[in-house]
Design a protein around this ligand. Structure first.
Ligand code: CFM
Length: 549
């Protein structure tokens, strides 16, 4: 039986695909998209072509992007279990951001607070849109305090809140006077702020930094105390990272924000190192904590077994303790032995296959590690909403042009805390560590680590997705739920790298093995060649639309 038959397009040139995409656009659209669709070329010293990013989507284009509210409430604060989060807005915003990201949490005892199982919203109606919603918001806070007595309440603004002019910050201040033991703070994360969810990350980081970090004086026990920034416990990733941290002897003070609690955020300034996993969503916090408290940061990646090992080694070298370095090496070698067994088993079946990755702001880069370990090539990749530095590396930050949309989001002026600023490493110590290859406050970006002639596309849209599939016929396409069924209907296996479909974890060593097995299963499935879609024989389907007795 023959199913969908397509020509294999192994040798297609990225330049020709780029041209076929652009030629169907009206001239003005083509001009803009031509700066956002780039054929990769690495020159000496890691320099790559410039790509336009973090720029408004042209109206009419079916983008993959989300909104600022999603970036603030859904992404950065969402995975924290004991900050009671109230969506100030119509019910849909609260409901559709409720656990759809599959961020997990694990309270230590049944008595511990966990508000993640609730979706709390002011459920704005027409009356409030006309007469204002502040009264309803105050009532919601009264009700929340009465029912749950939380330590902290976050209020999240949706589009209509900004349009009608409700002042969530004034409400927060007033209610804090009424309830002095509850930390109440509001976020101006109206969906339309900025050009994507990226703006919401920045709004979230600013408020958590000013209103939460530094509020509690607590330091966990241990010698090597670390915060992980930008890990959100999708599909249980944070649990695997916690397991590894523990085995190595690091003390994980707080994770922003996978499997986290308020007190850990509030005392995060007492850790001695910040490691940054998702650069896009949280580099602001790392920078501000260094300026105010003197905590250095560097980039890590726990996606991919090799990348995990490399990150652990960097952390051990930072603390410089011989016992720690040895313990980390032991963990790596015992874990890698098992990982390599699985890798060797699946690799003959995955070697040479081709992947495409279009995910938010980090994963399109991080997951290339896992595909490389499977012997697979990433032929095209891009972010939904990342900035130029996530593509080209942080070294280009001074060249980024600030436009009206980026100016919209407040840039905090941070100075050293008079009492608590304590540089964990002197500049000599930092220089010495840098000479061993450890790079502080740096990120190389995705493009220098991809092959020449791979196709990099920012803010991919629906039409371009179809073009990429038609031209390249990849073995697997990775993106999100909005793309999933469109891609599958073309006969290409589709893996959700936001929610992981129903699977995970994919981080760390155990995660790598899960991923290898899953991708092996997906790229080798015969299902698409065994079934025939009805439209292959009969492109036009007819039916009767009537009740006929
Ligand atoms: Fe960072 Fe994320 Fe991502 Fe992101 Fe996201 Fe996500 Fe993502 Mo979906 S914080 S940028 S806003 S790694 S929710 S856990 S998967 S788009 S690539």
């Amino acid at each position: 039986m023959s199913g969908i038959e397509y020509k294999q397009a192994k040798d297609i040139s990225a330049e020709s695909v780029r041209e076929s995409i652009l030629k169907n656009y009206p001239a003005k659209v083509a001009r803009k998209r031509s700066k956002q669709i780039v054929v990769n070329k690495i020159d000496c010293g890691d320099s790559v072509p410039e790509i336009m990013a973090n720029s408004r989507t042209i109206p009419g284009i079916l983008t993959m992007r989300g909104c600022a509210y999603a970036g603030c409430k859904g992404v950065v604060l969402g995975p924290t279990r004991d900050i009671l989060q109230i969506t100030h807005g119509p019910i849909g915003c609260g409901f559709y951001s409720w656990l759809t990201r599959r961020n997990q949490t694990r309270p230590e005892t049944d008595a511990d607070e966990n508000f993640m199982t609730y979706a709390m919203s002011t459920d704005l109606q027409e009356d409030e849109i006309i007469f204002g919603g502040e009264k309803k918001l105050k009532k919601a806070i009264d009700e929340a305090v009465e029912l749950f007595h939380p330590k902290a309440i976050g209020i999240f603004s949706t589009c209509p809140v900004g349009l009608i002019g409700d002042d969530v910050h004034a409400v927060a201040r007033e209610m804090e006077v009424k309830y002095p033991d509850v930390n109440i703070f509001g976020f101006s994360c109206e969906g339309y702020k900025g050009v994507s969810q990226s703006a919401g990350h920045h709004v979230a980081n600013n408020k958590v930094f000013t209103d939460v970090v530094g509020q509690v004086e607590m330091r966990k026990e241990g010698k090597y105390i670390v915060n992980i920034l930008g890990e959100y416990n999708i599909g249980g990733d944070a649990f695997e990272i916690e397991r590894i941290m523990d085995m190595c002897g690091f003390t994980l003070h707080s994770t922003f924000s996978g499997n986290s609690v308020y007190d850990e955020f509030a005392s995060a300034h007492n850790a001695d190192l910040n490691v940054v996993m998702c650069h896009r969503s949280i580099n602001y916090m790392a920078e501000m904590m260094e300026q105010k408290y003197g905590i250095p940061w560097f980039k890590v990646n726990f996606i991919g077994a090799e990348a995990t090992a490399k990150s652990l080694r960097k952390m051990a070298v930072y603390f410089g303790d011989k016992d720690l370095i040895e313990r980390v090496e032991n963990v790596i070698s015992s874990e890698l032995a098992e990982v390599l067994n699985v890798q060797n088993e699946v690799r003959p079946r995955t070697e040479g296959k081709r992947a495409m990755l279009f995910v938010g702001g980090s994963r399109a880069h991080h997951y290339q590690e896992l595909f490389t370990e499977l012997g697979m090539e990433t032929v095209s990749a891009g972010y939904e909403f990342a900035h130029r530095d996530d593509y080209e590396g942080r070294k280009i930050i001074p060249d980024i042009v600030i436009d009206a949309d980026s100016r919209n989001i407040e840039e905090l002026k941070v100075t050293a805390d008079e009492e608590r600023f304590d540089p964990r490493k002197s500049s000599e110590e930092k220089n010495a560590l840098e000479s061993t290859g450890l790079e502080f406050s740096g990120y190389r970006g995705m493009m220098p680590e991809m092959k020449n002639n791979s196709l990099i596309i920012d803010d991919l849209n629906h039409y371009e997705t179809e073009m990429l599939i038609e031209k390249y016929r990849p073995d697997i396409f990775c993106a999100g739920i909005k793309e999933k069924y469109v891609v599958q209907k073309t006969g290409i296996p589709m893996k959700q790298l936001h929610s992981y479909d129903y699977s995970g974890p994919y981080a760390g060593f155990k995660g790598a093995m899960n991923f290898y097995r899953e991708i092996d299963r997906m790229v080798n499935t015969k299902i698409f060649s065994l079934v025939k879609a009805p439209w292959q024989d009969t492109p036009e389907l007819t039916g009767t639309y009537a009740w006929d007795k």
